[in-house]
Structure formats: C-alpha cells, structure tokens
Ligand binder design. Structure first.
Ligand code: PMP
Length: 406
C-alpha cells in the first residue's frame, strides 16, 4: 500500500508551523515524534470529561477512567502481542523502565562479581543504570564490541558469556548509527545458556513490527513519546514468570496488598511495579497513538521510511567530504554524518536557520562517540510524515553550508 502522505501530514498540526518564517522540516524524530491530532484531542477530551484518579474510587468517573486506562494497557499488549495484559507495566519512559529492571533484577538475581552484558553502541540509559548497580550490588558490566560498519560482533558476544552472566541488555535499533541489531540471534545465543535478554526498543517500536512472543525476549522497553504518543509514558514488558520474581522498584499507593507496621504485602502484576498515581490520561492517549499507527500499518510505515533513508543516504553520499557513521545493510530511519571538518553544532545551527530540525551532539551515546573517535554527529531521523522533498531541502541546505567553511 502506498501511503497518502499529504493526508497523513494533515493529521499533524505542528507540521504547519513556520520556523524563522520558513516551513518546519522536522527531521529529529529519533528524539521525539510529533503527535497526531487524535492524540492531542484525546488528552483534552479525558481532562474535559472523564478525569478522576483511577483504581481508587467507587464513583462513576473513577471507574470510567480506570476502564479506559486498563483498555490502553490491552492496546499495548496487542500492539506487541504480549501473552497477558499484566505483563505490560506503565512507566515514565524507556529510561525509567531500564532503571526499574536494573534495580529490581540486580537486587533479586545478582551478587558481587556477576555480569551484565550490554553493547558498545548503547544509549546512556542502558549503561548508567547498570553502572549504578555496579556500586550497589557489585555486578560487572561487559561490552559487546562493534565493527567498522557499526554492527555488533556476535562472535565476541559468545566469548563474553560466562557462568556469571545474569542478563544481556541491548538496543534493537541504534539511535546514532541506525543499525538494526540481530536481536533474534542474540536471544537465541542467550537462551541456550538460560540467560534472559532485555531489548531496548526505544528506536524500533515505531518502525518495526515487534511480536514479543515470537521474539521470545524476556523484557522489552520503549517510550510512548517516540511512537506518536504523549511524553511521560513508557512501557516495560516482561514475561510473567520473571516479573513475578522481581521485587518492587518503588513503594507507595497501589503497589501494596496490605500495609501494617509489622508486615506489608505487595500487589500482583502489573500494579506491584506502579506505585502512586500513574500518568493515566497520557496512557489513554498512548492507546490512541497505537491505534493510529496500527491504522496506517507498521509494514507500510517501515517500507516508506526505508525508502526515505535510502534516498537520503545516497544523496548525502554525493556531497564531497561526507562521512556517514553506520554503514550496515540493516538500518532503520536514522543517518548520522559529518561533513569535512565542519562542527556538528555549526551544521545543526545553520540548518535550523533554514527551518530544518536535526539533532547534533553525542546523542547520549558518549562511549560510542569515543569508539568512533568523534565528539558528535549531525543526525537526521525520519517518520512517515517526512517527504523526499524535505530530504532534498536538507541536502540543498548542507550544500549551501559547506562552502561557508572554506
Ligand atoms: N534508548 C534509546 C535507544 C533511545 O534512543 C532513547 C532516547 N533517545 C532512550 C533509550 C531513552 O528514552 P527516554 O529519554 O524516552 O527515556
């Protein structure tokens, strides 16, 4: 199916915005995606008609809000094909989901000298929570290296695994290189040794159809704001057995069975991990975002975004002095580059003056930057509302900027 991009663009009010008097060209979708009108409207609809704290009241509104929230959980369950709705935990975002796992998993399963494996291309949010655990539980972090194309070296992963390996935590798609990592293979290797795998799907959930049962991942995390939903929403999916064994992350209301000063018991899944009033209005709107994405179809989205990525990459490569970081044949929706010795920040600032929003800097992946021997890159990242015409303008913009630097 070919997508009707003009119709899709009309669903996103922000795309009408002008920046410095020029039409906005938004190529920073890896950082956050824009919101369709149905999501924006859902938020005000809920505040305007249903708002009441969930799970607490006998009154009508509270029950209605609770039902809508649990319905949103079911939408997430269906979107990733989880076996049970209670395997879907609401969090603030990918970062909180990984912190939850790092804290809870390590407390239950790790002792001094045990090992957690991550990769050299991880976002800080899949590095630092484990480093914090290094100082608390004494676990050691081991790192899967990458090759010159920006791909994980799987033979090295096999060498890193020891009887002390407790978990492998890897990103599905790199937010810098765009590489799609072979998580199916990683899960297969890990499961042969009974090691669970956490997949950071922050950069894949919006581009690639994910079926957690088929994939057989043990844990999977993503952020609602990167899949056209509200900020402040995140998901932790986990297999029921594993989540049942993991202790609570935070204490408070809703996560308890009963509380006394002698003995407190904890609630069952998913509430055990959802202390306090959840961000229910935004989760309901996340459900709307997932409905919207499903109505377009992830396979259609992926095919179209692949076309954009291919087109942008080939046009970038025609520019003299262009260096692209991440040259794998398996990529999704993001291209990182530098031109000659032009600083990424200068390039980003000058593109911004033309109305073109790109990301510059280390993209919260400083260890990867160190590995690449650079400080940062310019990154263009695509969504299905972007067009080839916008890419032409990006390329034209870069071509205007390059001569300014002599
Ligand atoms: N992991 C990856 C791969 C990401 O790209 C990001 C966001 N850039 C995160 C984790 C963190 O997501 P959030 O800031 O929404 O928690």
């Amino acid at each position: 199916m070919t997508l009707d991009i003009n119709k899709i663009r009309a669903d996103f009010p922000i795309l009408e915005t002008q920046v410095y008097g020029k039409p906005l060209i938004y190529l920073d979708n890896g950082a956050t995606t824009q919101k369709p009108k149905c999501v924006i409207d859902k938020i005000s609809e809920i505040y305007g008609s249903v708002n009441a704290n969930i799970h607490r009241g006998v009154h009508h509104l509270s029950q209605e809000a609770t039902e809508l929230t649990e319905n949103a959980r079911k939408k997430v369950q269906q979107f990733i094909n989880a076996k049970h709705a209670h395997e879907v935990i609401f969090t603030k975002g990918t970062t909180e989901s990984i912190n939850l796992v790092a804290s809870s998993f390590c407390r239950e399963f790790c002792k001094e000298g045990d090992e957690i494996i991550v990769s050299a291309m991880e976002h800080h949010s899949n590095i630092v929570p484990w480093q914090i655990q290094e100082s608390i539980t004494g676990v050691k972090l081991k790192v899967i290296p990458i090759n010159e194309k920006g791909e994980l070296i799987l033979e090295e992963l096999e060498k890193l695994i020891t009887p002390k390996t407790r978990l492998i935590s890897v990103m599905h798609v790199s937010n810098v290189l765009g590489t799609i990592n072979p998580i199916e293979k990683i899960i297969e290797i890990a499961h042969k040794q009974n090691i669970p795998v956490l997949v950071d799907a922050a950069q894949s959930i919006q581009h690639i159809d994910i079926d957690v049962q088929k994939l057989d991942c043990d844990l999977l995390v993503f952020s609602g704001h990167k899949i056209y939903g509200p900020t402040g929403t995140g998901i932790l999916y986990g297999k029921e057995d594993l989540l049942n064994k993991m202790p609570p992350y935070q204490g408070g209301g809703e996560m308890i069975g009963s509380v006394s000063f002698k003995k407190t018991t904890f609630n069952e899944l998913p509430f055990k991990f959802e202390a306090g009033t959840p961000n229910y209005v935004d989760f309901i709107a996340l459900g709307t975002a997932l409905d919207y994405v499903s109505s377009i179809g992830l396979s259609n989205i992926r095919a179209y975004e692949d076309e954009l990525l291919e087109y942008c990459t080939s046009e970038l490569m025609k520019i003299d002095g262009m260096r692209i970081f991440g040259t794998s044949d398996h990529k999704s929706s993001a291209v990182s580059f530098l031109v000659k010795n032009i600083h990424h920040y200068d390039m980003g600032m000058l593109l911004d003056r033309m109305g073109i929003a790109v990301r510059t800097g280390h993209h919260c992946a400083q260890p990867l930057m160190e590995e690449l021997g650079i400080e940062g890159t310019v990154r263009a990242s695509f969504a299905f509302y972007n067009t080839k015409d916008e890419i032409d303008q990006l390329i034209a913009g870069i071509k205007r900027i390059v001569p300014m630097f002599g």
